[in-house]
Design a protein around this ligand. Structure first.
Ligand code: PLP
Length: 456
């Protein structure tokens, strides 16, 4: 049997992040100010983010140094291992070779602290005392709580109500790391109160929780806001995954034909795929296929409109050009809470629009079926979000079985599902169902896109 685990020593931890903006054939469209609808300048973002992150957001430098203090924390669990899924290959009886980068060994259990640590560090450096954020599945909130604790910053998390109810242990994790966590919509902000008045049983959404966290941050001098996905600097912080995986695939003696990741806001998938996409953008690997996977019930890349839209429900966050289902769209309460976002990272949307990457959507039940096959072969019980990637990996491996091709498939395993047992219980008891694509709701939401100046 060929080797199954590819491990890098600590000295192989990347010391620079990769910024894909340097290699894009066309620059990203600018963000717009939610009030004036004009392109944003760095000063407009200063109430929300530290200046070093704002400069990273628009930087065209190919590589940016990872500060020593950030590297020191990342070394608690990085470099992460890359595995060959021999047992899954055997179960599927496929000639495909399946590899995965496992991000579930971080203290909070996912890829999210790769950026949380960097963001807490830059905020601390700028003298910020408190950070607010939103969380869907709870993976991001717990990652920021962990990072804030290490840099001695207060942290308040607005957690989408449906996930807050489904996952009490994620909240307790955040509290263990010293953060405060409230269900969103909450009575603590105007955006939350307005929604509760309209619908007291509102399940919440990432877009709404972002509105609450942004409102809280702009109301206080000592507070900044932090976003766990979507923005360029977040995607760039995640590039440690791909930079490590490039070294590990070389150790394995293969280069991937297909790379797969699940996408909510796009950060874990970008983290693994962007350093490989550099080879495609520069013409070194023109045939590389990259597939991003999302839920049927929230199919942003596959069914959304490519347009300028607000990043949040209340229209307080910057306006970005992205595939969107409409900022007022409230996705069905699927268990993959981290994939319930109306928009998508502008960088991912741009690459999709230019034809460098593919997207596909999958139904909820099929993702759990894939997750169970993975757990029963590779052992890891995966987050429901990750199961979306695993579904697409299995589908591609089965295609190889039919065609007899021995393709090399690499995917990002974004996190474990140890706090998602209620979802697995419901699946195993036959109580989960698929949600059809809510076309009417999306059509309604798309009527509320902001009007932006002609030519943008
Ligand atoms: C385990 C896991 N995977 C994936 C995601 C999706 O987010 P992103 O697309 O930013 O990686 C989340 C978000 O909460 C998550 O917790």
């Amino acid at each position: 049997m060929e080797q199954s685990k590819f491990v890098l020593t600590e000295d192989k931890l990347p010391t620079r992040w990769y910024n894909i903006q340097a290699d894009l054939p066309e620059p990203l469209p600018p963000y717009l100010h939610p009030g004036t609808k004009q392109p944003l300048g760095p000063a407009d973002l200063a109430p929300l983010f530290p200046m070093e992150l704002i400069m990273q957001e628009v930087s065209q430098e190919r590589y940016i140094d990872i500060p020593e203090e950030v590297q020191q924390v990342l070394r608690l669990w990085r470099p992460t291992a890359l595995f060959r899924a021999h047992r899954l290959e055997k179960l599927l009886d496929t000639p495909a070779k399946i590899f995965y980068k496992y991000e579930g060994t971080s203290p909070p259990g996912s890829h999210k602290p790769n950026t949380a640590v960097a963001q807490a560090y830059y905020n601390k450096k700028e003298g910020i005392k408190r950070i607010t954020t939103e969380t869907g599945a709870g993976q991001w909130g717990s990652s920021l709580a962990f990072a804030c604790q290490l840099f001695d910053i207060e942290c308040k998390v607005y957690m989408v109500r449906v996930s807050y109810n489904q996952k009490p242990y994620r909240r307790i994790m955040m509290e263990t790391w010293g953060a405060t966590c409230v269900p969103s919509p909450s009575p603590d902000t105007k955006a939350g109160r307005d929604m509760l008045e309209q619908d007291p049983d509102c399940p919440g959404s990432l877009g709404l929780a972002i509105s609450e966290a942004v409102e809280d941050a702009v109301m206080r001098e000592d507070t900044h806001y932090s976003l766990g996905s979507v923005l360029n600097h977040v995607l760039m912080h995640q590039s440690v995954e791909g930079l490590e995986a490039l070294q590990q695939m070389e150790m394995a003696g293969y280069y991937p034909d297909i790379i797969i990741g699940c996408v909510g806001g796009g950060s874990n998938a970008a983290g693994l795929t962007f350093p490989f996409l550099q080879d495609k953008l520069t013409g070194k690997k023109p045939d590389l296929r990259v597939i991003y996977v999302e839920p049927d019930s929230c199919p942003t890349l596959t069914k959304g409109l490519y347009a300028y839209d607000y990043g949040d429900v209340a229209g307080m966050a910057p306006i970005a050009k992205m595939f969107t289902l409409g900022h007022t769209f409230m996705p069905p309460p699927v268990h993959a809470g981290g994939l319930r976002y109306h928009g998508m990272a502008p960088a991912i949307c741009h690459l999709h629009k230019l034809g460098f990457v593919e997207a596909r959507s999958v139904p909820q039940l099929a993702t759990f079926e894939a997750g169970i096959q993975f757990a029963r072969t590779e052992g890891i019980i995966s987050a429901p979000e990750t199961n979306h990637a695993i579904r697409a990996v299995i589908d591609e491996a089965l295609k190889c079985k039919e065609s007899g091709e021995s393709k090399v498939i690499l995917f990002n395993h974004s996190g474990h599902g140890h706090f998602d047992m209620a979802a697995y219980q419901a699946y195993l008891a036959g109580q989960l169902s698929d949600y059809a694509y809510p076309a009417d709701l999306v059509q309604e939401a798309l009527k509320h896109l902001p009007e932006v100046p002609a030519g943008l």
